[in-house]
Design a protein around this ligand. Structure first.
Ligand SMILES: Cc1cc2nc3c(=O)[nH]c(=O)nc-3n(C[C@H](O)[C@H](O)[C@H](O)COP(=O)(O)O)c2cc1C
Length: 212
């Protein structure tokens, strides 16, 4: 792939429109509709999103995680001692970005992050397949791995001793409580539709259109 080829890559978006009259008053309800449409459109990993946090030196860091619950925020599960866990400990703010290319849509979220209740993390942890539970137990996520063999042996040990499998205290859910959400629908000639919701006074969502 050379730069000339890269520059020539171009799509014109024509699938849908999204304006103020289509946008529900509550952005979380609007999000659920778009997520449902993504699921129905056979998007691969429709609940995957890019999670951005910043480290103690304000260096942004982004990675993909999976959305697992929606209530008054967006819940994902991870290791609290991972790089993202440390970054959230230092700065409880995050951004999320969902991309559903098949629908020519993007949703961006900014908000404050909190840990969910332990019982909620337990409920999800024990609902996962056993191998996924073991994966969470044996991984010191984001720490250096000296050899693949080391972690595979740990994995096998828990497979042989399943009664030892417990949700580690450092594994659980985070909730991003949104303060802004932006819905982006690709349009022709780069005149895309953007509707941004901003939370005012903790309960009132104000929405506005943004230039593409
Ligand atoms: C499609 C996809 C889904 C993922 N889902 C999760 C997830 O739900 N939780 C998680 O901790 N990591 C998930 N990961 C791995 C993360 O992207 C990342 O590698 C890991 O969390 C370590 O990130 P950190 O070092 O910044 O903490 C996923 C990766 C991909 C590509």
């Amino acid at each position: 792939m050379n730069n000339q080829e890269l520059k020539a890559l171009r799509q014109n978006y024509k699938k849908a429109t999204f304006d103020m009259s289509q946008a529900l008053e509550n952005p979380i309800e609007q999000f659920k509709i778009w997520l449902r449409e993504a699921v129905n459109s056979s998007v691969l990993e429709p609940n995957a999103f890019t999670l951005a946090t910043v480290d103690i030196n304000s260096l942004p860091n982004a990675r993909v995680v999976l959305l697992k619950e929606i209530d008054y925020g967006f819940v994902f599960y991870t290791n609290y001692l991972s790089a993202k866990g440390k970054e959230i400990y230092e700065n409880q703010k995050a951004a999320a970005c969902f991309l559903w290319l098949e629908l020519e849509r993007q949703v961006r979220v900014q908000g404050v992050v909190e840990k969910i209740e332990e019982e909620q993390s337990d409920a999800y942890f024990y609902s996962r397949p056993l191998d996924s539970q073991i994966g969470a137990v044996v991984s010191d996520q984001s720490s250096e791995l000296s050899s693949r063999k080391e972690i595979e042996e740990k994995f096998e040990y828990y497979r042989q001793n399943p009664t030892l499998i417990k949700r580690p205290a450092h594994w659980g859910g985070y909730r991003i409580i949104p303060e802004t959400l932006e819905f982006w629908q690709g349009r022709e000639s780069r005149l895309h539709d953007r509707v941004k919701y901003i939370l005012q006074d903790q309960f009132l969502w104000v929405k506005k259109m943004l230039q593409p």
